[in-house]
Design a protein around this ligand. Sequence first.
Ligand code: HEC
Length: 104
Amino acid sequence: MSRNVTRAAAVATAMALLSPLAARADAANGERLARQWCASCHVVNGGGMAAAIPQGPPSFRTIAGHLNPDQTRAFLSRPHGAMPDLALTRAEIDDLVAYIGNLR
Ligand code: HEC
């Protein structure tokens, strides 16, 4: 198990080093972060039955519809809701903003 994790980390590092896009926002990573950190409160993928639930925080598709990327970035630079000790790095915020922007 830990060997697989180590190997995955090594592959990810190699890809990051090899990719000329490494410094750019990565919407796929944003989706992964969203599923991990945001899906407990938000509908992150814009689909499925949960999208029909009228209460609760806005879905990411709704957010994409009324916040532009700069507004989303500004919002995410502070904690909100009851978000537990979640300190996002600038790169993570950029990835999330890229993912949310793609739902538009
Ligand atoms: C513990 C629950 C919770 C978690 C986890 C959470 N949110 Fe939220 N979020 C809320 C609530 C509640 C609101 C609406 C109230 C507010 O603005 O504080 C909100 C609002 C937002 C808004 C503004 C929506 C608008 O229409 O202005 C954005 C953007 C957002 N969340 C993004 C995220 C992202 C990205 C994550 C994951 C990194 C996340 N949230 C995790 C509860 C949560």
